[in-house]
Design a protein around this ligand. Structure first.
Ligand SMILES: [Zn+2]
Length: 455
């Protein structure tokens, strides 16, 4: 039996030191310093150089893809197993931190610093796992290619570019999410609906500024004296257990309805203020936009549009995130998370046809889903290593509504590093990772990779 735990322990200090080195570089996208071989600015370039230097120091062959991404090859076999991580980080609000975000601090058994958990720490955990397999000279069929991009946080243009110049590994994982293992990510579709809609009682309607958030408040101005709406509006609010405001606005009426915000991947956890206010307005005015929202966009699962579907990854969800109606110009944005069984192009064509028949225009933006058979060798073996090391036999491989790096490469899933019941404050203040968890992740990775590539 190979004692991976002991091997990880031996390399603990070096691993932490390397995390300190990478996290000292504020590798946030920086438009001002974009240049040759540094498409995301000088700090991302520095982080890439630092990672390549780690690989060189340890005697491995490294590759720089013109500053977009790079890789370290561990082994020299033809076929490769990929570990896909990223070196860029999101900006910090240093007022909210208890320490310098770009100087790793150890306290309470944790490392604190921007990037310790997203994603420099997990990337290095993957690298050290690969290095252990190499150092022990274990018999393997594939080399391990550790790939790192510099633009994950803004949408992964880095690895998109990288994979136009480099082959895909035959399989792999991205340590940029959570355990146990994410085998499915719903497809993401964005709808942008626009059109000129006659006033017919509605002066303005505004809500939301981000399509991926359930709008928690919606405001509308309608024609007519507020007194005539007061009773019915208050009754409506009370019937739906929400609050709101009705008041005079010039010789018109202003209505505000307060719902509840939530993330677009789980819209049922919120209360969409737009669709609810539209439902009320549809009973008192005869405006086409209001009627459109109240009829077709009035649920979290696309039932009104007749695109609802429940698949292996769960339900299609729909969020009406942004509405702007001013001077008879309508502008609506929706965010849909779609199980992999749906033909997204066909779905978009259907909705476009419906919009056109109502005099509205629809543009759609499609991001295909990720789905790896949960019974595949890849998912099964990753999960097995997780269970063996963590002792957690309850958590099962899962499908999520969000999007990770795993979508950038075929036969790739998201695997670690956040453990359940731990909050690494990813993207937040005082981002942190437990040193024990980091070592455990490294052990899980080494075990899992070896199980997948051994001879
Ligand atoms: Zn990340």
């Amino acid at each position: 039996m190979i004692n991976f735990k002991e091997e990880v322990e031996k390399r603990k200090e070096q691993l932490i030191q390397d995390i300190e080195t990478l996290c000292a570089i504020p590798s946030v996208y920086n438009e001002k310093t974009i240049g040759e071989n540094q498409p995301y600015g000088s700090e991302c370039r520095q982080a890439l150089d630092a990672m390549l230097a780690i690989g060189k120091r340890d005697g491995f062959v490294v590759h720089d893809e013109n500053g977009y991404a790079g890789h370290i090859d561990i082994g020299d076999q033809e076929e490769s197993f990929g570990i896909l991580g990223h070196l860029d980080v999101v900006p910090v609000d240093s007022r909210g931190w208890d320490s310098d975000p770009f100087k790793v601090v150890q306290a309470n058994g944790k490392l604190y610093g921007r990037g310790v958990a997203d994603d420099k720490g997990p990337l290095l955990a993957g690298y050290y796992a690969a290095k252990i397999i190499h150092d022990l000279d274990l018999p393997v069929k594939k080399k391990i290619r550790v790939i790192f991009g510099c633009d994950e946080e803004r949408g992964s243009s880095c690895v998109e570019h990288y994979f136009t110049k480099n082959p895909y590994p035959s399989m792999g994982f991205t340590p940029d999410a959570e355990f146990p293992v994410v085998y499915g990510e719903k497809g993401i579709v964005r709808f942008h609906i626009t059109g000129n809609v006659k006033k017919d009682g509605l002066i303005a309607m505004v809500a939301g500024d981000r399509v991926n958030i359930v709008p928690g408040e919606c405001e509308a101005i309608i024609e007519g004296n507020h007194k005539q709406y007061e009773e019915s509006f208050k009754q409506f609010l009370s019937d739906h257990h929400v609050t709101g405001i009705i008041e005079e606005e010039g010789n018109c009426t202003k209505l505000v309805l307060k719902g509840k915000s939530a993330h677009a991947s789980l819209p049922e956890e919120g209360i969409n203020a737009v669709s609810l206010l539209a439902t009320y307005l549809d009973t008192v005015i005869n405006n086409k936009l209001v009627h459109f929202i109240a009829t077709y966009l009035n649920d979290y699962y696309g039932k009104g549009l007749q695109i609802n579907h429940e698949g292996l990854m769960g339900k299609l969800t729909m969020n009406l995130g942004v509405v702007k109606y001013v001077k008879e110009d309508a502008d609506i944005e929706l965010d849909l998370r779609c199980p992999h069984e749906i033909d997204l192009k066909e779905m978009c064509d259907g909705v476009k046809e419906l919009c056109q028949s109502l005099g509205l225009n629809l543009e759609s933006d499609i991001h295909e889903p990720l789905y790896i058979d949960p019974n595949s060798e890849l998912v099964q073996k990753l999960h097995k290593a997780y269970v063996e090391v963590s002792g957690d036999t309850e958590s099962q491989p899962q499908a999520i509504g969000g999007g990770t790096y795993a979508k950038s490469m075929p036969n790739c899933v998201a695997f670690g590093c956040e453990f359940k019941d731990e909050d690494n404050a990813i993207h937040g203040n005082n981002e942190n990772i437990k040193i024990d968890s980091l070592l455990k992740s490294t052990e899980i990775f080494a075990k899992a990779i070896y199980d997948l590539i051994k001879e």
